[in-house]
Design a protein around this ligand. Structure first.
Ligand SMILES: [Zn+2]
Ligand SMILES: [Zn+2]
Ligand SMILES: [Zn+2]
Length: 343
């Protein structure tokens, strides 16, 4: 059994769902004011541990973009990746045995890596205000960390995600993304891998490629295009103004993006996030990356993508009870509104 307070993965004996029990997460500072749900807060109460000059407040950096001649963990950086001081998972220890004897209560130590990408040195809370180069550097940091985590045989997957605004789960406003590497492929990714593998067996092609082809021909749900990427309002979105961003050409692994691709993707993503800000008056939102699991190579049936979910409605009893989301905004209307708001 894990020691008390160490994180654990627990599998629900009824649904088969994995959860992470992580008591240390209760200790993290929450400086954002939660008073105004759904919209991003401007006021913060505490000194910011992510600003330049506060490097002593974070664990040692594992990756950084720095001016030549500056030392790690000091000023002079424009992006840093540091382990989370309040990790949901524990970076030390062997990969746990993931099929623990078929007991009722399956629990294994919560071994994993939890990192923060601090996206700029100045105190900035709006992703759209990053320059194109800064945004591309963030996307490059994701690529670097996915490659690095792929070299650790303990991890099967690394989830890259971003919370913008308290309602979306952010506890600090200073722009940052997070990466959580785990010994298991998360349930949400597993579901997409399985469903797309079924489609491939049945139809002989990649479901994402087919969606991109149909959507770019019909154009009703396309939000924006550029540099080999397309942003679209998906056919069956869970959230109002949900947007997916995908490469037009088949590619299962985000790590294979070139530097030129990353700049193109940064420009498109900034335009999409700017349109979401305009249409929804700066909502809280999340985005996350779905890509092939680490070290599996290229998959013919799976296509990496980024999902952006504005948090303008709360999941309520029906969503939690049924797993089925009710969305008041048809994606055709969402796409038209976002297109009209593109900068
Ligand atoms: Zn700051
Ligand atoms: Zn594809
Ligand atoms: Zn997905």
């Amino acid at each position: 059994m894990p020691e008390p307070h160490a994180p654990e993965y627990r599998r629900c004996p009824v649904s088969g769902r994995w959860v992470i029990i992580a008591p240390v997460r209760a200790q993290r500072p929450l400086s954002l004011d939660h008073a105004r749900p759904h919209h991003r807060e401007r006021h913060e109460s505490d000194p910011c541990p992510f600003c330049e000059g506060a490097e002593h407040d974070t664990p040692h950096e594992v990756y950084a973009v720095r001016r030549p001649g500056t030392a790690p963990d000091g000023p002079g950086w424009s992006l840093r990746v540091v382990p989370n001081k309040y990790p949901a998972v524990n970076p030390h220890g062997a990969a746990p045995e993931l099929s623990p004897g078929e007991g009722l209560f399956a629990s294994v130590p919560g071994v994993g890596a939890h990192e923060l990408v601090i996206e700029c040195a100045r105190h900035e809370a709006n992703p759209v205000r990053l320059t194109d180069d800064e945004f591309a550097a963030v996307l490059a940091a994701y690529r670097h960390r996915l490659v690095a985590h792929g070299e650790d045989p303990r991890w099967a997957y690394a989830t890259v995600f971003k919370n913008v605004g308290a309602e979306a789960g952010a506890s600090l406003a200073h722009l940052h993304s997070q990466i959580v590497a785990t010994p298991v492929v998360p349930d949400a990714v597993r579901l997409e891998l399985d469903t797309s593998a079924d489609y491939f067996r049945r139809e002989g092609g990649c479901v994402f490629c087919d969606v991109v082809r149909e959507e770019t021909a019909a154009r009703t749900r396309v939000v924006a295009e550029g540099g080999g990427f397309v942003a679209l309002a998906p056919f069956a979105p869970r959230f109002a103004h949900e947007v997916w961003v995908l490469p037009v050409s088949h590619d299962s692994r985000y790590e294979s993006l070139t530097d030129v691709d990353l700049h193109d993707l940064a420009r498109l993503l900034k335009r999409v996030l700017g349109a979401i800000d305009k249409v929804l008056a700066r909502p809280a939102y999340n985005y996350f990356l779905h890509t092939a699991p680490l070290r599996v190579g290229d998959l013919p049936h799976f296509h990496w993508h980024l999902e952006v979910i504005p948090r303008t409605a709360r999941a309520a009893g029906f969503e939690w009870g049924s797993g089925c989301f009710i969305n008041a905004v048809p994606p055709e209307r969402a796409a038209a509104e976002l297109r009209a708001a593109l900068g």
